[in-house]
Design a protein around this ligand. Sequence first.
Ligand SMILES: [Zn+2]
Length: 465
Amino acid sequence: MGALALSSQAVAEIAPDPLARDIFKQLIEINTSLSVGSTTAAAQAMAQRLLDGGFAAGDVQVLVGPNPKRGNLVARLHGSGAHKPMLIIGHLDVVEARREDWTTDPYVFTEKDGYVYGRGTQDMKDGDAIAVASLIRLKKEGYVPDRDIILALTADEEGGTNNGVDWLLKNHRDLVDAEFAINPDSGGVDADAGKAVTFNLEATEKLYSDFQLTVTNPGGHSSLPKPDNAIYHLADALGRLEKKPFPFELNPVTRAWLEYMGGIETGQRAKDIKAVLHTPANPAAVARLSQDARYNSTLRTTCVATRLEAGHANNALPQRATANVNCRILPGHSPEEVRQDLIRVFADTKVTVAWIDSATNQPQDTAPSSKAMAPPPPRADLMAALKQVSGALWPGVPIVPEMETGASDSIYTMAAGMPSYGFSGTAIDRNDVRAHGKDERLLLSSFDEGVEFYYRFLKAMTGTK
Ligand SMILES: [Zn+2]
C-alpha cells in the first residue's frame, strides 16, 4: 500500500478482504444510473452474494416496486432478540456518468496508483459493498448479535421517483422496522494530505425543498411597455431574497460542530466562532462567518434561485415568468413555514409561490407542514462503539457531530421515527471529493479500512454488554 495508505502511520496495515473487494468491483460494474441502469440487477447480485455467504433464502429478499428496474434488497442477520433491530441503509443507484467525460470507463473497476476509479466508488457503492461483506463475515463466524441487523440497499436516492427507503417504509415496514438506522452515505473520515483528521458523525440533516415562483400578465406589444411587467416583478422578488438571509439558528449538533471548528480555526475566524456560540450571539460575527458558504449553510436555512424562465417572444411583453428557488431547511422547520417566509420576503402579491412535490415534480399550492426532524438524541452505546473502533483504526482522530447540509435517505428513516446516524468507514481526502463528478475514485487501502471498520463497529455495537 505504501505511502498512499491513509493511516499507515497510525495503525498496522489492514489486510485486504478479497471477497469485499470482489463485491465492490461487481457493484461498480453494474450500471445503476437512472437513465439506463438497474438497481434491481445490483440488488439481485448482492442477494446472491449473501446466499453464497450462508444466509437463508427467507432472510434475503429483492423487492421491486412500480418500476421493475428500480428494485431494492432487504436482508436480515438474526440476533438474540435482546434489543429491537438496527437497520443499515445504502443506496444502490449512482449519478449519471458519461464515458466521454471520464478518463476511464466509469462502469469498469479500474485500479491505478493505489486508487480504484469508477462511478460509485465514493458515493456509495463502497459503503454498500462494505455492508454486504461485513454481514457475510459475521454470518460465516456464526456471530449472534444482541439485535437483528437489517440491511436495505435501495433505489433512487440520487434522483428518480422510486425512492427505495420511502417505498420500503410505506409498503414493507415490518421488514425494515428498527430502533435506529445507520447510513454510510454521509459522515466518515476526512483526511488532509493523506492523514485522517476527523471522524464525522452525521446526526441531523437539512430538509430539501423546491419552490416555484410564477408571475403572469396579459402581456402585449413590446413597443408599448406597461407597468406590471412579469419579469421585473420576478427579478425584484429574487433580488429581495438575496438581500434577506434566513435568521441565524443553532441546534445541539451544529453547536457541537462549531465548538470543534473553533478549536482548529485560528485568528478572526476562531474569535467569530466563539462569538456566535455565545448567547446571545454577536451579530457582526454571524455576518462575517456567513460570508463562508460552508458556515453560512450551517447557521441558517438557505434558499437560492437556481432556474429562471420568462417570456415567449423578443417583441412581446412577457405573459409569464417563473423561477425555481431551492431551499435547505433547518431541523425544526417545515416547508410550509418556509413558503410563508418566502412570500413575506418577496412582498409582492403578483408573485405566487408553489411548492414542488419531488415525488411527482408538480407544483402544489401549499407545502407540507411536517418539520425536518429535530436532531436525534445521542446514543451512548453508539458513541461508545464508535469511539472504541475509530480510536483503534484512527488513533487521536476526534469524532465530530455534524449536520448534513445536503440531504440523504436518512430523511425518510428519521421521519419514520428511527433516529438515524450517518458515517462511512472510508477516508476521503478533503481535496479529493469526487462524488457526482468526473473520475470518481477511492484509495483501495481506504476501502479495506472501511471493511474492517464496519465489521468491528457492528460487533462493538451488538456485542453482549
Ligand atoms: Zn450518496
